[in-house]
Design a protein around this ligand. Sequence first.
Ligand code: NAP
Length: 311
Amino acid sequence: MTVTILFAAPSEDWAEYEAPLTDALDATGLDYRIGPDLAPETVDYIVYAPSSKVQDFKPFTRLKAVLNLWAGVEKVIGNPTLTVPLTRMVDEEGLTQGMVEWVTGHVLRHHLGMDRHIVNPEGVWEHEAPPLAHDRPVTILGMGALGKACARTLRHLGFPVTGWSRSEKRIANVKCVHGEAGLAQALRGAQIVVLLLPETPGTQNILNAQSLALLHRGAVVINPGRGPLIDDAALLAALDSGQVSHATLDVFRVEPLPGDDPYWTHPRVTVTPHVASETRPGSASRVIAENIRRSENGMPLLHLVDPLAGY
Ligand code: NAP
């Protein structure tokens, strides 16, 4: 039987994905057809970007699964017409590697105080060496595919890393805490906090006035997770009071960030335009093809989203 796969993403993405998806699917040995325009009632799998035109899954009467191209699923999970399993993108070679590089770069920028030397128009000779990594506690909220990988790299560089998740974790040389009680433990005294949580009802405004107050005075907030994780008014107040010395923000409640948003002009905020990490067509196509191969061979899908948990 031919497996029929719809590529449902903005139309310009097909040009980037056609060759790598075809190569990866060829390697599975499956008999398949794939394209961006297929009759809904013939489709077995949808390779999906939440920004696609497809928002109603009801016409896809023989659909077996939706394979999301993004790690974040908050724009798909509440869709009442989606009644088949949903997977999210987990790709060590591409998405995870990109996030590790972005997080490590921004952590090191703040740890080393690089701005002082890069932006020094007066040519001030200020001889002040930064502490070593082992004197700079870093906390990562979210110990999933991305958080864990960042934790390992930062630990390897010498930072004392604490990671927070919903369920209990054991990661070598990383202090792992979990659940509501673990949050205060994770945040108390942290000098750099990295947000790698999904957007769910349980994670909204996790950084708020109360939780920001637990951080080491002058801490740095780095958010490549999702905008709603932060209570923006509370963060701006913490920046103005000096409780937070800098925030590097990649994601926002409204994207693109509106031109009049105070984050753009705040002297202690760095805005990056949702570039922390992208799905890379080559490696992501192999992940998608492997999941279709597994499903067609009666094996469980990898990276399944739990609709109840919301991620
Ligand atoms: P993941 O593997 O699903 O991991 C999510 C982590 O968050 C897990 O450790 C989970 O705990 C934890 N978590 C969820 N709800 C929680 C709660 N209420 N309390 C405590 N911990 C909670 O996700 P991922 O692949 O690492 O991706 C994380 C997020 O990064 C994505 O959802 C997306 O929003 C964002 N992202 C951003 C970019 C970008 O370019 N800016 C790129 C990719 C992804 P358990 O381990 O116990 O389940």
